[in-house]
Design a protein around this ligand. Structure first.
Ligand code: UDP
Ligand code: MG
Length: 335
């Protein structure tokens, strides 16, 4: 009897899952900055994907593709408007200036939050495999609130890009900012996780480090990272170092602790040096140690400058946070 009851409820539940009315509303959030070469192709690609997800009854027919124009100086916004005129799935918001990838993504996620059950954030350039979305949505149906898209390997990246990107993750983790290895910003977030995340009010955004702090059940889905469809990367080494530094200093105080430990070490070595100098002086063997003296002064002052700079970085972050400026400003919206 109990067995039959279980079977019956299982059948009902399975049918419910397959019913369109119960399928979640998905919003795909795509930040775009000067992507006029990519958008026409990418638009088609995302549209095909969302239609196939709808056909497979994985998502509701009310699902949308939301482009966020991050203050592009080319025709990106016009292209987004054209796309939205052609198909009901496309939506768009335009930021008042270039706020950067992380904030553009945040703007899109907040826009989608109250009108979707799940969001998937993805880059515009076709590097992330859209076919991984099926698996992500299935994971959501299994009860996971956050599903991270993780690159299997980096064959398509140049050796330099691969090396710097992998060092980035290792360095971040070493510095106390927990990030999912080889996961960029391709991820599914459920409505309740996004609502919880909307309470994180910081101005210094590093989503890859912040989202894991939200908690909830999470899963990973692996995919092959492709080459950019067209155009060039907006993350050259300089920007990537900036992102790593921002990520570390806005999420972790480990560097300050390392500086303290380093300071202790230097103080200890200096103490030995002083002892040595005193003993030498008492034995009357003082030498004209100009070179060693200069080296020590240079080294210690270098350490001090570095430590001051690092502490200044944190002070600067507090300064920026204390202003409570808006993290993005939307200037136009396609409804
Ligand atoms: N992007 C953005 N604002 C910026 C820089 C980049 O919205 O200031 C977008 C860009 O259009 C792309 C995504 O962020 O959709 C990732 O950028 P990109 O592909 O240049 O970085 P990479 O994949 O090389 O790390
Ligand atoms: Mg890219």
């Amino acid at each position: 009897m109990i067995q039959q009851l279980c079977n019956f409820s299982r059948i009902c539940f399975t049918n419910l899952g397959a019913d369109m009315k119960d399928a979640p509303i998905l919003w795909i959030v795509i930040p775009c900055y000067n992507e006029e070469d990519v958008l026409p192709v990418a638009g088609d690609m995302f549209l095909k994907k969302i239609i196939s997800l709808e056909d497979n009854k994985l998502i509701s027919e009310e699902s949308k593709i939301l482009f966020v124009n991050d203050g592009s100086s080319d025709t990106t916004w016009d292209l987004i408007k054209d796309l939205s005129g052609k198909d009901r799935h496309f939506k768009g918001i335009s930021l008042s200036r270039n706020f950067g990838h992380q904030r553009a993504l945040l703007a899109g996620l907040m826009e989608a939050m109250n009108r979707s059950d799940i969001t998937i954030s993805i880059d515009c350039d076709g590097q992330d495999d859209v076919d991984a979305m099926d698996e992500m949505i299935r994971r959501f149906a299994e009860g996971y609130d956050i599903v991270y898209g993780v690159r299997k390997k980096r064959d398509t990246d140049s050796f330099f890009k691969r090396f710097t990107a992998e060092s980035f993750y290792r360095f971040m983790n070493g510095m106390g900012t927990e990030v999912v290895f080889n996961h960029a910003d391709y991820r599914l977030i459920s409505k309740r996780a996004l609502e919880a995340f909307s309470d994180f009010k910081e101005v210094n955004l590093f989503l890859r480090g912040l989202i894991p702090l939200v908690g909830f059940k999470s899963a990973t889905v692996f995919y092959d990272r492709k080459e950019r469809m067209a155009g060039v990367s907006h993350y050259p080494l300089k920007k990537m170092c900036g992102l790593a530094f921002d990520g570390i200093t806005s999420l972790s105080v480990k560097p300050i602790r390392y500086v303290t430990i380093f300071g202790f070490l230097i103080a200890f070595i200096s103490f030995i040096g002083v002892m040595w100098a005193v003993i030498q002086a008492l034995r009357g063997e003082t030498v004209s140690g100009w070179a060693s003296m200069t080296s020590i002064i240079c080294f210690v002052s270098g350490c001090q400058m570095f430590s001051l700079g690092l502490i200044g970085e944190y002070v600067g972050k507090i300064y920026m946070e204390s202003k409570k400026r808006p993290r993005y400003i939307i200037s136009e919206r396609i409804e």
